[in-house]
Structures are given as structure tokens and as C-alpha cells.
Design a protein around this ligand. Structure first.
Ligand SMILES: [Zn+2]
Length: 160
């Protein structure tokens, strides 16, 4: 059987169209899965040496720079999440904690490199919040999120 030139051209066109539909299909599928991932997946940060990982459920809506006696020394930026949504992943003994005074809060840091990971309440409450040090998240994750100045040293109000 011989194929006429026009038949060949038509076949090629069909092939091209099919390939382009396939490509569009793949692109649409990966866009969908990215959107699904953005909803479901966690964002991850680590301490400097990598011994401690912290998973948070989403990009922070804002970050807090607090001037209280401990935060100003640590130089951290806090992102707040429900405690149940945050996961610290590390081997036993990989972290240390610091509390003082009434010891109602503990500040958790990597025992190796010293990076501050988070603060949490002691004892934990049923529905609890915690502060996660966004400095351990890649800068691209929090990028342009607004940083607010909290007067934790005195009035407990935002200064801006
Ligand atoms: Zn470390």
C-alpha cells in the first residue's frame, strides 16, 4: 500500500496534535499535583548542622521579631502554628532546652550547632500554639512575609 503525500502530512499533523495534547496533559497534571501538594505537604527547615529538622504545615502569614530578654539575644523570627501541626524530627538527645523563671516556656535548640528551633509551652495545653524559628526555613519560603516588631520586653503590643 502506498500513502499519498497528503495522507502522510495528515498523519504527521495528527501525531503532532497528539504529542501536544500529551504535553498539555502532563503540564496540567503536574500543575494539579503541585496545587494538591501545596495544600497537603509540609515545609521543612533544619538547624545548621542538619541534626534537627522541623516541619511546618504552611508558609507563615507573618513573622514576629520580639525584643524580650531572650528573643533579642537569640535573634530569631517567630512563626506561630498549632503545636499539633509542627513536627520536630531528630534522634533522641539531639536537642536541648532552656527555661527560666516560672519555666512555663522552653526554648529548644540543636545540641550540636545550637540553632534555636522553637519554643513550646510547659506543660503543653490541649489546644496549643508554638513559635517556630523561621530563620531555619530557607529564605525563599518566607521571602516577603511581613515581619512585625513585638514589644515583648514591656507592653506585649506590636510596635508597628
Ligand atoms: Zn544542628
Amino acid at each position: 500500500m502506498t500513502t499519498t503525500p497528503s495522507g502522510t502530512a495528515r498523519a504527521k499533523n495528527t501525531q503532532r496534535r497528539r504529542a501536544s495534547v500529551r504535553r498539555r496533559g502532563v503540564a496540567a497534571a503536574s500543575r494539579l499535583s503541585l496545587r494538591a501538594k501545596a495544600k497537603r505537604s509540609v515545609l521543612t527547615g533544619t538547624c545548621h548542622c542538619g541534626a534537627v529538622r522541623i516541619d511546618v504545615p504552611r508558609r507563615p502569614r507573618m513573622l514576629t521579631s520580639c525584643n524580650c530578654s531572650i528573643c533579642r539575644r537569640y535573634g530569631v523570627l517567630w512563626a506561630y502554628y498549632r503545636a499539633a501541626d509542627v513536627h520536630l524530627v531528630c534522634k533522641a538527645g539531639a536537642t536541648q532546652a532552656y527555661s527560666w523563671g516560672r519555666k512555663a516556656l522552653k526554648f529548644v535548640r540543636c545540641a550540636t550547632c545550637g540553632c534555636v528551633m522553637n519554643w513550646e509551652r510547659v506543660p503543653a495545653r490541649k489546644v496549643d500554639y508554638m513559635g517556630v524559628n523561621a530563620r531555619n526555613l530557607a529564605p525563599g519560603i518566607w521571602g516577603t512575609v511581613r515581619i512585625r516588631l513585638l514589644d515583648g520586653a514591656d507592653t506585649w503590643k506590636y510596635l508597628d
